[in-house]
Write a protein that binds this ligand. Structure first.
Ligand code: HQG
Length: 187
């Protein structure tokens, strides 16, 4: 199990950021032949089988990867350019973004930027966003994104399942979750 975490992280690195470092070329939608990726994994980890890759893909609760025919790709998280084959769609009224408290002022002033990735990454629940923020801080903050309103004002969102991708979100659509929110008292 532990080994699969390492393999999954390495697959993310290769398929989202640096395929060329490993002699791989992605197609426009981010796919590569699974057997070519397998060779890269075997060079690094030794005995990795196709069934291991399939397990990594299948057991990932976030749907990080997709296998289609004899090809595989990362479904989100890219820093390199890949074409999405999901149409933009109207998002839930609220989405969430968890991050470090150190980012609070900047994000409230500048909006949410994709930074090194192609898209902003958003969660469908406050709890998931909190977990995302935990990667950055022991005490993360969670922003409420008024996604529907942003969408109505032209921001595109792409529903990738657990993760929602978005374009730059202007600060007017962002609020800190901990602050009382009259529109959504359950939060
Ligand atoms: C921050 C993982 C300064 C933003 C996660 C974040 C997610 C700003 C960081 C997925 C900013 C970028 C993506 C601004 C945003 N000024 N900082 N204006 N706007 N930021 O890693 O969302 O496990 O690229 O708050 O769970 O943290 O890999 O984005 O802290 O789903 O599958 O800039 O990656 O998924 O960091 O994470 P990231 P993220 P996996």
């Amino acid at each position: 199990m532990y080994r699969y975490v390492g393999i999954s992280k390495f697959m993310s690195f290769v398929l989202r950021h640096k395929p060329e470092n490993f002699g791989l070329q992605l197609d426009p939608f981010g796919f590569v032949n699974t057997k070519d990726l397998l060779v890269v994994l075997q060079n690094r980890y030794g005995d990795v089988q196709l069934s291991d890759v399939e397990k990594v893909v299948k057991n990932c609760p976030k749907g990080r990867f997709e296998i289609k025919g004899d090809k595989i790709r990362a479904r989100y998280g890219h820093s390199i350019q890949v074409q999405l084959d999901v149409e933009p769609s109207e998002p839930l009224e609220y989405l969430y973004h968890g991050t470090s408290p150190a980012m609070k002022k900047t994000i409230l002033a500048e909006g949410l930027k994709p930074m090194k990735r192609r898209y902003v990454h958003l969660s469908k629940s406050k709890e998931e966003a909190f977990q995302v923020g935990r990667r950055r801080s022991r005490n993360p903050i969670v922003f409420i994104i008024k996604a529907k309103e942003a969408f109505q004002n032209g921001t595109k969102f792409y529903d990738m399942g657990v993760v929602v991708l978005g374009e730059f979100v202007p600060s007017e659509f962002i609020e800190l979750a901990d602050e009382p929110d009259k529109k959504n008292p359950l939060l």
